[in-house]
Design a protein around this ligand. Structure first.
Ligand SMILES: NC(=O)c1ccc[n+]([C@@H]2O[C@H](COP(=O)([O-])OP(=O)(O)OC[C@H]3O[C@@H](n4cnc5c(N)ncnc54)[C@H](OP(=O)(O)O)[C@@H]3O)[C@@H](O)[C@H]2O)c1
Length: 275
């Protein structure tokens, strides 16, 4: 059983499967296998053009719907109230679900005021299309604004987090508002697999550098959503709950972080970059 973090009534399994860039049969097969291996959390988005295959993979796994935490995201061009409702319904059709467990705003969109988008997101929740709602790629200032404007709890901010990136300010803001932190690119797009410090620390526990990176995050109560297209790596990434990093190891990994360690250097159409 995978541990979960609790945030304002949402129970988010600490590890999920990322699916960006997984398409077609590969995507459905990886999702099915992940669930058979014990994953209970799957991350997709309308942007990824794989919601259909994610839904197929979930059904093919035979795991009961209420045992899987399914997350999708609305693309910022759909943040106008009417478009948001339409986009959420379209996602449910593609996933062949009546509701997702968590529906996120994918990136901030400075062209559409949050005072319009957040009530629309709350409404979509009350319509029964999402059990919980949240945001992604929100900065400290945007978190503060969103929390003030939301009429339903925002349970999560999905952001880039891994050992090379210092996200302490935004993490503190999420904690202040009891929002779960879900780390995307948690092994820095695979680049951490040969990292010297992580390899050494992992080896001391009979683990890989990727596992040390994921463990470093979950041990802080941060959920991780690593993506892989390889079945053998699904098991590797899941095997992070049977060892513990020492305080000294946690501190050593923390020292690898810098403010410019970001990989996903993207901002939607003029959205503020980072604090
Ligand atoms: N909210 C957002 O704006 C946002 C942005 C980016 C990503 N995300 C989400 O977060 C998920 C994860 O982030 P990500 O895909 O950017 O990066 P990631 O999970 O850090 O890294 C994925 C890469 O690492 C490799 N990999 C996976 N497990 C490995 C292991 N144990 N050892 C060595 N290499 C390994 C994979 O290659 P193989 O396939 O060859 O294993 C893949 O190339 C995405 O899929 C998506 O669902 C969200």
């Amino acid at each position: 059983m995978i541990p979960a973090i609790e945030a304002q009534g949402a129970h988010i399994p600490l590890i999920g499967l990322g699916t960006w860039d997984l398409r077609g049969r590969t995507c459905a097969r990886v999702v099915e296998q992940a669930l058979r291996l014990g994953y209970r959390h799957v991350d997709t988005a309308e942007l990824y053009e794989n919601e259909r295959e994610v839904g197929e993979g979930v059904r093919a796994s035979g795991v009961k719907r209420d045992e899987v935490f399914i997350v999708t995201k609305i693309w910022p061009s759909h943040f106008g109230p009417r478009e948001l409702e339409r986009a959420a319904k379209d996602s449910m059709v593609r996933l062949r679900l009546s509701e997702v467990d968590l529906l996120l705003l994918h990136w901030p969109n400075p062209q559409i005021p949050l005072s319009e988008t957040l009530p629309a997101l709350g409404k979509v929740k009350r319509m029964g299309l999402a059990r919980h709602i949240g945001v992604s790629n929100f900065t400290v200032a945007l978190i503060e604004e969103a929390v003030r404007l939301a009429d339903e709890p925002l349970v999560c901010n999905q952001i880039e987090v891994h050992p090379l990136l210092d996200q302490s300010k935004v993490i503190a803001a999420c904690r202040r508002h009891r929002m779960a932190i879900v780390a995307y690119s948690p092994i820095a797009r695979g680049t951490l697999k040969d990292h010297q410090v992580l390899t050494r620390i992992g080896r001391a526990h009979g683990k890989t550098a990727a596992q040390a990176s994921l463990r470093f995050l979950v041990q802080q109560g941060i959920a991780v959503i690593p993506r892989t297209s390889r079945i053998e790596r699904l098991s590797e990434n899941l095997a992070i709950f049977d060892f513990e990093l020492s305080a000294a190891e946690m501190a050593e990994i923390s020292r690898l972080a810098s403010r410019d360690g970001r990989i996903v250097d993207y901002a939607y159409s003029g959205a503020p970059k980072w604090d």
